[in-house]
Design a protein around this ligand. Structure first.
Ligand code: NDP
Ligand code: MG
Length: 365
């Protein structure tokens, strides 16, 4: 039995985590839940899981409340399901308190992956992936380290504009970008999936989670979202993890691993699937991937800057202030303007994040 705190219980991942708790009650007990603005959804969850402590994080002391929840005595696993980087301090506090963390919030690993992984190593706690690609890789690796890996192959649905000609991307509206072909998710990650910034962030996330150089992290487009990612080992054998696109499975595996536990998820039927397709990403038309390789290879404050600029850009796009390709342009502009710091401390990363957001806003107006 794992006692789990869910930070961001009202979001898409948070709600899937509640489903998992209903599905495998002998293995998962919810002991804490946070919401930011959706008090109603939190109250509903609290009626179902009355033993869980609840916190609303939108007040002035929100981070402190999240830290209290993440470090509560009863907890042994903290699921980070907050969109953006607001979960970073609670994540580090959880690690310091000796808790394992399960990370859906990829932004915190992009911003401070080295610091998070180093803290976890020092405390001897586990950083468990929830992002479906990283869970797939984690399942394929089964504890083997980077020395046995030739490359990690992240699959990518390609998003709603996989086949859209570059010239038409200028006309993409928020409504169009929010219609994802294979996954139902929160608004920010859905836009990220359309620009391929989601995959860009995931490349950097993989770099830290699995301690592997960026040059060994690749992306292949796989429109069906059935193969969730693959690992090629040094002997050229490739292992893949397959299942329907449902975040309940990676969440469940983070809770039960290394155990496999029966659940109510839909089984895969190959005959009715027909074919699984793979193709190269359109790197020229979707520059997010190259920006990630550059930022991830350079390291330092660069990934934090990329992530912060992207968060501001997605907001600006969703509120109609910039066009869809403006997201890439804005991130590129901020990366050019922001000074680079090598081996940053946590505080330097927060400063870089703040500065990148300010530069991004100045470039919009
Ligand atoms: P949602 O937008 O659906 O949910 C976000 C959650 O975070 C909500 O519980 C929200 O609370 C809370 N929240 C928002 N802002 C803050 C803040 N400033 N401080 C504290 N809490 C906050 O997002 P998703 O569930 O889609 O995504 C969550 C994370 O998981 C993201 O990092 C995403 O990239 C990642 N992820 C998501 C996947 C998915 O399938 N959805 C797949 C893989 C990764 P409230 O609603 O109460 O305001
Ligand atoms: Mg993913």
């Amino acid at each position: 039995m794992r006692n789990v705190v869910i930070l961001g219980a009202t979001g898409s991942i948070g709600q899937s985590a509640l489903k998992v708790a209903r599905d495998i009650p002998d293995r998962m007990r919810i002991v804490g839940m946070s919401a930011h603005s959706n008090a109603e959804a939190l109250a509903m969850a609290a009626r179902e899981f009355p033993e869980a402590k609840t916190v609303i994080s939108s007040g002035p002391d929100g981070i402190d409340r999240l830290v209290e929840l993440a470090t509560m005595r009863e907890a042994d696993l903290v699921l980070l399901a907050i969109v953006g980087t607001a979960g970073l301090r609670p994540a580090l506090a959880a690690i310091e308190a000796g808790k394992d963390i399960a990370v859906a919030s990829k932004e915190i690993l992009v911003m401070a992956g080295e610091i998070v992984m180093e803290a976890a190593r020092r405390k001897g706690v586990r950083v468990l992936p929830v992002d479906s690609e990283h869970s797939a890789i984690f399942q394929c690796l089964e504890g083997r380290d980077a020395a046995s890996v030739r490359r990690l192959i992240l699959t990518c649905s390609g998003g709603p504009f996989r086949k859209t000609p570059a010239a038409e991307l200028q006309q993409v509206t928020p409504q169009m970008a929010l219609r994802h072909p294979t996954w139902s998710m929160g608004r920010k990650i859905t836009v990220d999936s359309a620009t391929l910034f989601n995959k860009a962030l995931e490349m950097i996330e993989a770099r830290w989670l699995f301690n592997i150089g960026m040059e060994r992290v690749e992306v292949v487009i796989h429109p069906q979202s059935i193969v969730h990612s693959m690992v090629e080992f040094v002997d050229h054998s490739i292992l893949a993890q397959l299942s329907h696109s449902d975040m309940c499975l990676p969440i469940q595996y983070a809770v039960t691993c290394p155990d496999r536990v029966g659940n109510s998820l839909r089984p895969l039927d190959f005959a009715s699937l027909g074919s699984l397709e793979f193709e190269a990403p359109r790197k020229q038309d979707f520059p997010a991937l190259d920006l990630a390789v550059e930022a991830g290879s350079l390291g330092g404050t660069r990934p934090a800057v990329l992530n912060a600029a992207n968060e501001v850009a997605v907001d600006a796009f969703l509120s109609g202030r910039i066009a869809f390709p403006g997201i890439w342009k804005l991130v590129t502009g901020v990366l050019q303007k922001c000074p680079h710091v090598e081996n940053p401390t946590l505080e330097e990363l927060f400063s870089a994040d703040t500065e990148a957001r300010a530069i991004a806003r100045s470039l919009i107006f």
